[in-house]
Design a protein around this ligand. Structure first.
Ligand SMILES: [Zn+2]
Length: 490
């Protein structure tokens, strides 16, 4: 029952298209720069934009080592060693690389180690240190979840305390981890204390409920306990979830006074929310790349299931709008009607986003013609209010486009029938010629037969000639003999 509340989409990020396409053409809205979140209205980072920033802000060993400043070291075995270990992890910083290859580094001789230190020293000038990184990240603070806003404030302070370190190094410092772990523990203790009080009050209320409602109420309270202590969702989301959880039950409670008491309790549940301390602990011992990605993902574009995945919503495009991760997380699987109670700007920003996408399609940056039509339909089923988008204009555009396509099709069909006519004519000619060839072949065959029989006749005549000549020879011989005999007798 409880598992249903938390859709698995938070574990698997959706695949994105990364093939090469002509500039300015997109297959996925998440790749388009300048799209505004459909909930908070902030400009979101597209996925390629986010990746570009991360690579720029956490330049990996591979790129750093290509710089001309290292030319004089390039032939040295120790430099080759660095290049080799950077090959498999081109985006890891040199410091992290050496850390991951401690054993191999240990085996190097004294002078190689000195040389390595020199190279790392130079490379440090090219690695973005905390003040540079925070100056950049701070621009996105407004669009971040509360705990990440606090985190950025901490990062700002740390960048002043440790200006020569990267955040990866700062978040791995013993004193930093210790400090935040302590605050984490205090926070948990405070929550436990408040939690016990609230659930004690709820138990008291349960006693006053009619017997047939008590078991259901206790079950709901247990589920509420799970929601309040879950740190995956922000405070507002939990409030929305709790409101939805008790909604049906509150309708069953006849006593107005008790119903009001429950309502008050539900609205004032203490939540164990993620804090900046939790963030820092989870970012300790992680690379700069990981840290940047973890922070920037909250202002980056994500696909949001309108009908939540946990409520059988499909992954189809028509079931999605685009939210920054902060808002996507806030929504969780709460109904849209509850959402707009808590976030009145939601509908307006949704409309703005759909209009933005319609313009993208009109300008030829995308080919998802049916997306606006379909998603508006899905939204109108999910929302209690009608939408006000430029859809009429868009439909006109589609009709215009359809007319254009229809005309092109007509033209193509005309050309096709012209070619078809020519084809038929040529085909008929071909058949006629083939018949003629057939006739000639028959004639040729007859002539060949005639030739064969003539040849036979010729052979026979030759035989006759030969026989006649033999006879002639014989009679000539006879004649000679007779003549000789005749002469002798005389
Ligand atoms: Zn947002």
């Amino acid at each position: 029952m409880f598992i249903n509340l938390f859709p698995s989409k938070y574990n698997n990020s959706q695949p994105t298209f990364s093939g090469r396409l002509p500039r300015g053409f997109f297959t996925d809205v998440r790749d388009v720069p300048g799209i505004h979140c459909a909930k908070c209205g902030h400009r979101m980072l597209s996925i390629p934009e986010k990746d570009k920033i991360i690579n720029k802000m956490s330049e990996g060993a591979r790129t750093v080592l290509q710089r001309p400043v290292f030319n004089k070291y390039r032939e040295l075995p120790v430099f080759q060693f660095l290049l080799k270990i950077s090959e498999h992890h081109p985006r890891t910083s040199i410091a992290d690389l050496l850390d991951n290859n401690k054993k191999a580094v240990k085996r190097l001789n004294r002078s190689s180690k000195d040389m390595l230190e020199e190279i790392v020293g130079i490379s440090n000038d090219y690695i973005k240190k905390s003040p540079q990184v925070i100056r950049f990240l701070y621009k996105y603070r407004d669009g971040m979840p509360c705990e990440y806003q606090d985190l950025l404030d901490y990062m700002k302070i740390y960048s002043m305390l440790y200006p020569k370190n990267t955040f990866s190094e700062i978040f791995s410092k013993k004193e930093v981890i210790e400090y935040h772990r302590q605050k984490q523990i205090e926070n948990q203790q405070q929550f436990n204390k408040n939690n016990i009080q609230v659930f004690k009050k709820l138990d008291d209320i349960a006693q006053k409920l009619p017997e047939e409602l008590q078991a259901e109420f206790l079950n709901l309270n247990n589920e509420a306990k799970n929601i309040t202590k879950n740190r995956l969702f922000p405070e507002t989301t939990k409030k929305m979830m709790l409101q939805e959880l008790y909604k049906n039950f509150l309708n069953k409670v006849q006593d107005k006074k008790i119903s009001l008491r429950i309502k008050n309790q539900v609205e004032n549940f203490p939540n164990r929310n993620t804090t900046a301390d939790d963030c820092i602990i989870s970012l300790s011992n992680k690379s700069d790349k990981y840290i940047l990605n973890n922070i920037l993902q909250y202002v980056s574009s994500t696909f949001e299931h309108i009908v939540a995945a946990s409520k059988n919503g499909t992954k189809a495009l028509s079931n999605g709008i685009y939210l920054c991760r902060k808002c996507n997380r806030e929504r969780s699987n709460v109904d849209y009607s509850t959402m707009i109670e808590f976030f009145p700007n939601f509908v307006e920003n949704m409309q703005k986003q759909i209009n933005q996408i319609m313009i993208l399609i009109k300008n030829g940056h995308m080919k998802k013609y049916s997306y606006p039509l379909k998603v508006i339909k899905t939204l109108e089923n999910a929302l209690p209010v009608p939408l006000d988008t430029n859809i009429k204009k868009y439909i006109k555009y589609l009709e215009f486009k359809e007319q254009e396509v229809y005309e092109k099709k007509e033209k193509a069909m005309r050309r096709f029938s012209q070619y078809m006519n020519r084809y038929t004519k040529v085909d008929a000619m071909l058949a006629k010629k083939e018949a003629e060839i057939e006739e000639l072949r028959a004639k040729l065959k007859a002539l060949e037969q005639e030739k064969m029989s003539l040849e036979q006749d010729l052979d026979d005549s030759y035989e006759d000639v030969k026989k006649s000549k033999d006879n002639l020879d014989f009679f000539e011989n006879e004649h000679d003999l007779l003549l000789k005999a005749l002469l002798n007798d005389e």
